[in-house]
Design a protein around this ligand. Structure first.
Ligand SMILES: [Zn+2]
Length: 81
């Protein structure tokens, strides 16, 4: 009985995380209870493996700045920051 309850709670928590993710056309942002946003997160890692991997601002001279995922080594355009 106890175990069943906790697995239901875990399911709900997972769903809540999914629902609070916002895709800006390039990367995912997580909406928090407050007005703050967390992230951004790599869309490839999330869609492929269900993992939230933070991307970093990637700046190379001569190139437009972009978001860089160190895990899957992908770059994504910066739509908003
Ligand atoms: Zn990635």
């Amino acid at each position: 009985m106890k175990q069943r309850k906790s697995s239901e709670r875990a399911k709900k928590k997972k769903l809540a995380i999914k629902e609070s993710l916002d895709w800006d056309g390039s990367v995912y942002w997580m909406n928090k209870d407050t007005d703050q946003q967390d992230g951004p997160f790599c869309p490839s890692c999330h869609d492929d493996r269900g993992k939230l991997i933070r991307v970093h601002r990637w700046i190379v001279q001569g190139w437009d700045p972009s978001w860089r995922c160190m895990t899957c080594e992908s770059n994504f355009p910066i739509v908003h920051s």
